[in-house]
Design a protein around this ligand. Structure first.
Ligand code: SF4
Length: 382
């Protein structure tokens, strides 16, 4: 255990293999995302998986709404070595087909799963093929449904989830009440799977509400030893999603919970991966893999135009894949402290900046209009 892990001791879990990856407390927290291409479009999907893996995704989930999507998975599997997760909105034939095509894990939502012979067949097939299963409960799927709102027109869930009717769920739900429902739902399915001798299980209990999500994960964490996949579902457009995820996923990670994470953002999944990786770096759960720009908020002491400089520097260094801390500070009163602690630092005076390399300065005053170019040149040298 290193010093960083001492700050956030991980909850002890069983280990679950997902292809070449192992999930659990003995292994680094893994980053997951989901493709947005139609899975049956093999070329586009392979290209997107490669982009996500290059950005830091450890495993990638794909939607499997049709048999054509399920059958495409084998061709995708042969072209990428990233562990693949098939997302099944329950249909046993699709689940079995994706296992036949060699996926490493399937994700099913207990709220959509009848506990019948079809499910047992899927469990047995996953076991025979060494594939893992994520039981992923979403708060929406445990809430009462009006008649005929399910895609099949067959109403609400059956099996262990049976009985969740409008009469059994109060109309006003506190985050804790919803979380308790989610936990009892997933634990019933966990028992069912384990009674069948299947243990390669990962659990997720996502809500779009952050306090509900935190309450659900906290409760399930003490009830079992399965690795947990963390996420806030339907978190929204970028800015909102990043805030919700940083608070929800970040709080849980800081409590030592979570073995794999997905930051859900509407739009390009590359942003999801970049955000998730950065969250792990910020918590020291993944080594810094690029340039971290630190900049002060500025105040009445600042005598250069710092905000555009910091922003420009941030954008210009996104593609650099070497770990480096760069601090740009607005004055020579408080600036030198931070600037000295960074690999490369700048403390600004009136119309100039003092440069610090690994804590030392030669006293050279760089004119304000040359600061960006000079910092970039120094970054290249370092
Ligand atoms: S470093 Fe200087 S300019 Fe920046 S916020 Fe602190 S005191 Fe203000």
């Amino acid at each position: 255990m290193n010093d960083d892990q001492v700050n956030f001791p991980r909850r002890v879990t069983r280990s679950v293999r997902v292809g070449r990856l192992t999930l659990g407390s003995g292994f680094p927290v893994a980053v997951q995302s989901m493709t947005t291409t139609p899975t049956a479009d093999v070329d586009a999907t392979v290209a997107q998986i490669r982009r996500l893996a290059e950005a830091g995704a450890d495993l990638v989930r794909l939607a499997v709404p049709t048999m054509a999507d399920a059958e495409a998975l084998g061709r995708i599997r042969r072209q990428v070595d990233t562990p693949l997760v098939a997302d099944i909105h329950f249909n046993a034939r699709l689940a079995l087909a994706t296992l036949d095509q060699g996926v490493d894990k399937i994700r099913i939502n207990p709220g959509n799963v009848p506990a019948d012979d079809d499910l047992f067949q899927v469990i047995d097939a996953a076991k025979a093929r060494g594939a893992a299963i994520r039981l992923g409960v979403n708060s929406g799927s445990i809430m009462p449904r009006s008649k005929d709102t399910s895609p099949s027109g067959e109403g609400g869930p059956q099996g262990p989830g049976e009985g969740l009717t409008p009469e059994t769920i109060p109309s006003q739900h506190s985050p804790q009440q919803i979380a308790d429902r989610m936990v009892s739902e997933v634990l019933r399915y966990l028992d069912l799977f384990q009674s069948r001798g299947f243990r390669d299980l990962v659990l997720s209990l996502k809500a779009s509400d952050v306090p509900t999500t935190i309450a659900a994960y906290r409760a399930v964490a003490v009830a079992c030893d399965c690795p947990l996949h963390l996420g806030i579902t339907a978190a929204g457009p970028r800015e909102e999603a990043v805030l919700k995820s940083a608070l929800g996923i970040g709080s849980l990670l800081a409590e030592g919970l979570g073995d794999t994470i997905r930051v859900s953002i509407t739009g390009d999944p590359l942003i999801e991966v970049q955000t998730a990786v950065r969250m792990l770096e910020i918590l020291h759960l993944r080594p810094l893999g690029g340039v971290e720009v630190l900049s002060c908020p500025t105040c009445g002491r600042c005598q250069v135009d710092l905000a555009p400089l910091a922003e420009r520097l941030y954008l210009a260094t996104r593609s650099i894949r070497r770990p480096l801390r760069v601090a740009v500070m607005g004055c020579v009163v408080n600036g030198p402290g931070e600037a000295r602690e960074a690999d490369l630092g700048l403390a600004a005076g009136k119309g100039f900046g003092l440069l610090f390399r690994h804590g030392r300065t030669g006293g050279e005053k760089i004119p304000e209009n040359q600061l960006f170019d000079r910092l970039m040149a120094e970054i290249q040298k370092l």
